[in-house]
Design a protein around this ligand. Sequence first.
Ligand SMILES: O=C(O)CCC(=O)C(=O)O
Length: 295
Amino acid sequence: MKVVMARQEFELGSQQMGFLRDSNSLINNPDALQARMEEDGYLLLRGVQLNEKVLAAREMIIRNMAEIDQLDTRFPLMDAVVKEGARGAFHGGSKALTRDPAFLNLVESPEIMGFFANFLKAEVLTFDYKWLRLVGPGDFTGAHYDIVYMGRGTPNLYTCWTPLGDVSYDLGPLAILSGSHRIDRLKQTYGTMDVDRDHVTGAFSDDPNEMIERFGGQWQTGEFQMGDVLIFGMFTMHASLTNTSNRFRLTSDTRYQRASEPVDERWIGENPMAHYAWTKGETVTMETARKQWNI
Ligand SMILES: O=C(O)CCC(=O)C(=O)O
């Protein structure tokens, strides 16, 4: 079977495109989970969230999309089939959706907060700012490290990518570049960047083949069922497959850390500051930055 990532086709199960492994067998063993995170740079955990909470969040968002006429009403609304001319949207921090109790009950659920408390062996917090994506047909996310967007607090910060419904290959699930959390020359150049301080575009590459040729490793992905989560560290290169379907891919990505460690001030509080300078004014392209880093 072929999948599309950015503008390139890959055979699933090939040298370039493999599968994420799940870590469910380790779920009650924090030391083993830490070791697995160290080894893989991510944890794929199936069925952590309760289906009823995923569905409630999905329903709330779908209702909003229907109200603003984004969905093709000839199909069941919960399928999120895109109305002709409708586009994907990023609802980061938008309170109407991300402060809705149905959404918060999912991304701040006892299931996920409890998982992180166990994994980090400490009291944990989650950023108040939430990232919510309605990814439309043809859209994808380029390869990046999250540290460049949220690196002002502890580096022991984790992203939890949560599908708000099943995400099959054609909806464009997330993919991880294996071994990317150990590539020192990337971590010491791109990985020290801050998009608000340096005014550089954030994504490292829209060319998944180039990434493998340059840095080695394999892109790894999988299909997700509601309830599954993909958790990864700040220095794990990730991107998404391309949404080749006629439906919206609804997913959120939210952040968790020990409550006792420094927090990136842009993402906390009632009205988080968020990115204040990124892509505003003169911006250095990633191409230019990469030439300077010689990478
Ligand atoms: O869902 C996506 O397409 C991107 C998500 C992402 O970059 C993240 O979880 O950090």
